[in-house]
Ligand binder design. Sequence first.
Ligand SMILES: O=C(O)CCC(=O)C(=O)O
Length: 293
Amino acid sequence: MTGLTQAQLDTFDTEGMICVENFLSPQQTERLLEQSKQLLAQCDLSNHPKTTFKTSDEDHIGDRYFYESADKISYFFDTDAFDKDGNLTIELPKSINKIGHGLHIKDPLFKEVTFDNKVKDIAHDLKFTEPQVLQSMCIFKQPVDAKSTERDNAVPPHNDATFLYTSPQTAVGFWIALEDCTEENGCLSYIPGTHKTYPVSKRFVRKDGLKSGCTFEQLQKDKPVEGEYKMVPCKAGSLILIHNSVLHKSEKNRSNKSRYAYAFHVIDGVAEYDERNWLQVPYDGGSNFSRLF
Ligand SMILES: O=C(O)CCC(=O)C(=O)O
């Protein structure tokens, strides 16, 4: 299978999200799942600032470890991973929310799948001129624990352009399920068509070139959200394409099965990517991200 069919392109255009089943073979999916478990096992807390992560206005503030992770394999924890004294509340591998944002640079297996010809064909079909991989990450939704306590691993409603801002907007998320995703373990959901009707009302920017961290800059008033979220359960190996402006989210994992995914975002190099964006490539001080083709 290469690229997208015209029907898939049309659906992506009208809905803002599509699911491409069997994008990876079972063997490829298994290798990436195993690799993400290896990476989880390699996390060393002895020198770690215990950075937590959540995609939301209140919690998404972060620290230097987070902002300078564009070309690294860095670990970010669930917001309920540590108690008030900074001790882990759960075993280390199960407390990690995501690993990013340079897996496509630093990890050979994730690099291989990111720069696969199938990805290039899709970028071509989506009319990218100079597709560049901006960031990549393993996203973990751990199951409920032995006492059936739910973890704080819901991803609140957002659009990706808030965090991956280009002028004009060009970001597309390539989100790959490494395990079966169900309504119970926190599959993605979205409101179809919101990429056309719901404006990108804010962006996440560096303050004083990072001296004061990052903040949300309000670009215009938030529009009240209307419409029903549509769940997108999918099998391991499926690819979900996410338009930069579509409203999407995922619920907590309420099951006893984990939900691991690999996601990367592609922007167009012909659009402006300015120095106020939170994510910058450190080695050239700018936005010289890895070209897809
Ligand atoms: O993996 C998830 O649950 C959420 C992912 C997401 O929202 C994103 O990649 O933009």
